[in-house]
Structure formats: C-alpha cells, structure tokens
Design a protein around this ligand. Structure first.
Ligand SMILES: Cc1cc2nc3c(=O)[nH]c(=O)nc-3n(C[C@H](O)[C@H](O)[C@H](O)COP(=O)(O)O)c2cc1C
Length: 191
C-alpha cells in the first residue's frame, strides 16, 4: 500500500488531490440519480455520495458540487429525490453524469421515469426516497444537502455500484444475477 501524507499547506494541491482521488477510487459506492423539480427547474445528477444519516427520524444526505447545474435548483426548490440505480441502469448513470454515449446529457428520455411533474422517479430503481430539504452545509467544493425522508420505496433488483472508475454489482451478496425485470416495488409512506 502506498501512503501519501496530505500536506497542510496548499503548495502542491495537485499531488494531494491525485492521492485522495486514487485512494477514493478503491472504495465502492452505490450510484444514485438525485432529482429535483419545482419553480427553479427540473434536474437530475449522478451521485455516489448518498448516505443514510438517521433512521429515527429517517434522514439522508447527498453531496453536490456547487458548479453543478442541479445545485442551486435543489437548494431553491427545497425538495429532492434519490433514485438508487439498479445494476442494469448504467446508461442512466452515464447520461446524468454528462457522459452519455449518444451525446444527450442530463435528459430524462434516458430511463423509464414514472413521474416528471413531481420529483422525477425512476420506475425500476433499486430504491427511491422522496425528501424535504432540511439543511445545506457548504463543505469544500460541495454542499452537503440533508433531507428528511417522506417516502421510501424498495425495489427488487440489486444496486449498481461504482468502484475503480467502473460500474458493477455485488454478485456475492446472495442476490440474483444482473437483472432485466421491472418487478413490483414495495412502497411505504413514512409517518
Ligand atoms: C459514478 C459517479 C458518481 C458521482 N458522484 C457525484 C457526487 O456525489 N456529487 C457530485 O456533485 N457529482 C458527482 N458526480 C459527477 C456528476 O455526476 C457530473 O458528472 C458532473 O457534475 C459533470 O459535470 P460536467 O457536466 O460539468 O462535466 C459523479 C459522477 C459519476 C460518474
């Protein structure tokens, strides 16, 4: 293992950034599309930074780059949704990361979106959370958006993962192989 000690000064930030992103690339994370809709526009953005904060009450967070077009809309609309992608939805991840092979970036015609009038919701996501924005904390280049979860839905398909700059899925978690189905979704509206 190569150990790089990050300097306290910002004299050579490139080396520090490289060491940080290289080490982060060896971790694994689920991939989500954070969506928002309202007077300040409808947007979707691929993120791997969604994390559960609390179960009682249900809260989650997502970190969004302040240079992203979705950033100000999430803050101003005061609502956002998390669509946790299923293993077969890699192309949707690319579209909402601005890397669509067809060149149509950030467009909701990639994927099967159930609702575009409210918060955009993917029909066959592995999970869906509808959130009210509770707080926004600027941190480095990003803002940490904390949301209070109002609806949580669990799908049937295993989650899409991102690690070593590649997409994949966890075949050894006792789940079925990479799915193609759009099975029913268990949904509960939280009290
Ligand atoms: C797997 C993956 C995870 C990402 N996670 C985040 C994230 O957590 N927060 C964020 O702001 N951007 C994240 N991004 C980057 C954005 O999706 C998007 O690619 C970036 O904002 C594109 O900017 P551009 O259109 O200006 O190139 C991620 C991208 C990928 C491919």
């Amino acid at each position: 293992m190569h150990i790089h000690t990050l300097r306290e000064t910002r004299a050579t930030p490139e080396a520090d950034i490289r060491a940080f992103t290289e080490a982060m690339s060896r971790t694994a994370a689920g991939v989500c599309i954070v969506t928002t809709n309202g007077p300040h526009g409808r947007f979707g953005l691929t993120v791997s930074s969604m994390t559960s904060v609390s179960a009682e009450p249900p809260m989650l967070l997502v970190c969004v780059n302040r240079s992203s077009v979705a950033h100000d809309a999430i803050r101003e609309n005061g609502r956002f949704a998390i669509n946790a992608l299923a293993a077969h939805q890699q192309q949707i991840a690319s579209t909402f990361a601005g890397r669509s092979p067809s060149g149509r970036h950030y467009e909701f015609n990639s994927g099967d979106w159930a609702a575009l009038s409210g918060l955009p919701r993917l029909l066959d996501a592995s999970a869906f959370f509808d959130c009210k924005l509770l707080s926004a904390l600027e941190s480095g280049s990003h803002t940490i958006f904390v949301g209070s979860v109002e609806t949580a839905s669990a799908g049937d398909d295993p989650a899409l993962l991102y690690s070593e700059r590649n997409y994949g899925y966890a075949a050894r978690l006792g789940r079925k192989a990479c799915p193609t189905g759009t099975d029913s979704v268990l949904e509960r509206t939280l009290q």
